[in-house]
Write a protein that binds this ligand. Structure first.
Ligand code: BES
Ligand code: MN
Ligand code: ZN
Length: 512
């Protein structure tokens, strides 16, 4: 897995004021008036400039703020980046993750290839050391990520590499963080890889190319296997949903099946989990074509499937003792002489028939085949991830994904994983009243409901295909992309879902 910027995370015991570095990164709370011992020491050497900044109101430690200073030979660091941690009482692990990401992001912008991080220090009494190590490693990857594989001009010294050292004078503290850094690096790497795959355009990643990317993930991992249904097998298996959505494109659809079987036997009673992800490599809307405005963004309509693929890879690398399926239906939704049309009635893998009213409601059609496949394979618990509805974006905006489920305990567990991972979710309903709207007069179901509650009716449609299995659906339509850069990340794919799903699985097997 070649990273576009090669990231490395290490620990180093050092005196913060003296140790040589390109950029030292230190945090500050907005509501703690007194500087802590590091800030005080640096401030002394720098002639009071840190306190001056605070008193002028230019940098007070507010969340999402930062200030860049220069060491001028007075401290070991060439540059000193102060990062705001917000109010002390509301700091979470994600505060740390985002602060680290902000620093890494700034370093890459400045073409600085080496940074020293002391951001864990003010939080050390709040969180356990491995959790902090993991959040820091994840943050370095997140902020250091860039998508520039097609920029051939103006190479002008892009760093290509970011080396981050977690520095502390206390060797024991550094050592205690290490058990978290290792999984943090695995998760950071796969999430960056997921962002690259998602950012790749539809002329590069079509369903067969995505299937190849899935196969590539299994290299060197004997516990992870990949099977791909091509068009002939889709026909033989009667996967009518995937075939219908893929019917308009010369890039033929695929069904990607990843299977992870751990080396250690899962604990008794642990469910076999199926992760299902929507991978529409380009969603033009089909015959019910979308407006031209922002249609380019629909290359990201494969993000859910990619999040599932990346999570499978991470689970295998982390050796999680749980049986997993990763199911990724992949199709390109285009209008053509061979496309499916409004009015068509299709028979899905489950046997249920669906009347098509809008070819732009295609995600649910490929997902229902994959969900029914998960049920047939006797998965106990199913989680699907999809950029499914604009309505979810209208309801929740871009900060939280919607979660719909037939099981309250599963919502709780996902909520916990969301809190731990910093990938936020919010529950929405999908029960009987919504399901009622999806009934057709001439088929079992139709693929759109009324104007209202589109995220809920879409979920209610999916719910018809999971039988009595525990199931949750994550609608990530609002959270899959940053349209413009944010302090802690570049514009483009957010990789949303990777940390959430792997954290859910790690919590499930009780592994930190
Ligand atoms: N991929 C879109 C949903 C989407 C919209 C994702 C905006 C990200 C940003 C999905 O396939 C779609 O087109 N949904 C329709 C459903 C409608 C036709 C019932 C929508 O939301 O408009
Ligand atoms: Mn669509
Ligand atoms: Zn779509």
């Amino acid at each position: 897995m070649k990273q576009i910027i090669d990231v490395d995370v290490k620990t180093r015991r050092a005196d913060l004021a003296r140790s040589k570095t390109e950029m030292l990164v230190v945090g500050r709370f907005s509501d703690v008036a007194e500087p802590d011992d590091i800030l005080r020491k640096l401030d002394d050497k720098l002639g009071g400039v840190i306190e001056r900044l605070k008193n002028l109101g230019d940098f007070t430690g507010k969340a999402k703020t930062q200030a860049l200073l220069y060491g001028n030979g007075k401290i070991g660091a060439r540059r000193l980046l102060l990062v705001g941690l917000g109010e002390r009482g509301s700091a979470t692990l994600d505060t740390l993750r985002k602060a680290v990401a902000t620093a890494a992001c700034r370093a890459v912008d400045l073409k600085v290839g080496q940074i020293s991080l002391a951001l864990h220090r003010p939080l050390a009494d709040r969180f356990n050391a491995p959790d902090m190590g993991r959040a820091i490693a994840e943050g370095v990857y997140y902020g250091g990520y860039r998508y520039d594989e097609y920029i051939t001009e103006s190479e002008n010294g892009r760093p290509g590499r970011l080396e981050a050292q977690i520095v502390d004078s206390d060797a024991a503290r550094l050592k205690s963080m290490t058990p978290g850094i290792t999984p943090g690096v695995v998760i950071g790497r796969v999430q960056s890889h997921a962002r690259t795959l998602a950012n790749r355009p539809a002329n590069v990643i079509n369903p067969p190319a995505l299937a190849k990317a899935a196969r590539d993930l299994t290299h060197g991992l004997t516990t992870l296997r990949c099977t791909v249904y091509d068009e002939r097998q889709l026909e033989a298996e009667k996967m009518g949903g995937i075939l219908a959505v893929g019917s308009g494109s010369q890039n033929r659809p695929r069904f990607i099946i990843l299977r992870y079987t751990p080396t250690t036997k899962p604990a008794r009673g642990l469910p076999t989990v199926a992760l299902v992800g929507k991978a529409v490599t380009f969603d033009s809307g089909g015959i019910s074509i979308k407006p031209a405005q922002d249609m380019d963004q629909m290359k990201m309509d494969k993000s859910g499937g990619i999040a599932v693929m990346a999570t499978m890879k991470a689970a295998a690398e982390l050796d999680l003792p749980v049986n997993l399926w990763g199911l990724v239906p992949a199709a390109e939704n285009l209008p053509s002489g061979s496309s499916y049309r409004p009015g068509d009635i299709i028979t899905t893998y489950s046997g249920k028939t669906v009347e098509i009213l809008n070819t732009d409601a295609e995600g649910r059609l490929i997902l229902c085949d994959a969900l029914a496949f998960a049920v047939r394979q006797k998965a106990d618990l199913i989680i699907d991830v999809a950029t499914l509805t604009g309505a979810c974006m209208v309801a929740l905006g871009t900060f939280k994904a919607g979660v719909m489920s037939n099981n309250d305990d599963l919502i709780k567990d996902l909520q916990k994983a969301a809190d731990d991972s910093g990938e936020s979710i919010w529950p929405l309903p999908s029960d009987e009243e919504y399901a009622e709207e999806m009934k057709s007069k001439i088929a079992d179901l139709k693929n759109t409901g009324s104007r209202w509650g589109g995220a809920c009716t879409a979920a209610a449609f999916l719910r018809q295909f999971v039988g009595d299995k525990k199931w949750a659906h994550l609608d990530i339509a609002g959270t899959d992309v940053f349209p413009s850069p944010v302090p802690h990340a570049a514009a483009g794919s957010t990789g949303f879902g990777v940390r959430l799903l792997i954290t859910y699985l790690m919590n499930l097997v009780g592994k930190k």
